[in-house]
Design a protein around this ligand. Sequence first.
Ligand code: AMP
Length: 115
Amino acid sequence: MSEPSVFTRILNGEIPSEIVAETDNVFAIRDIAPRAPLHLLVIPKTAAYRDVVELAAGDPGLLAEMVSLAKTLAEEHADGDFRLIFNVGEGVGQTVFHVHAHVVAGRFSEGSVGG
Ligand code: AMP
């Protein structure tokens, strides 16, 4: 077994972070290094999928739940418009291999999201 991901450790209360939203299958936190006025992470509770490609193939309904929570959060925390970013692979800056969506609204800072 590999080590639990940072997100699993947050979900289990082992690493402090404010959980801004939670459903049966998905939760959301604030990114610790925000690149925009709103920068949240929407994360499935299961760590079974390392990226969105695996998730889409394995559980498209769970991916749809993530998108739905992202929309709700963008409406609650911004004006409803948002970018949804999934990094896939180290080469584009993925650092946590427990699938997560970056929910970004407002003006971007320089640099890539994540990484
Ligand atoms: P990625 O580069 O797409 O894998 O995104 C991982 C994201 O997780 C980065 O944007 C990090 O800033 C964020 N991150 C890492 N550790 C934490 C943490 N303890 N709390 C909140 N966000 C984190």
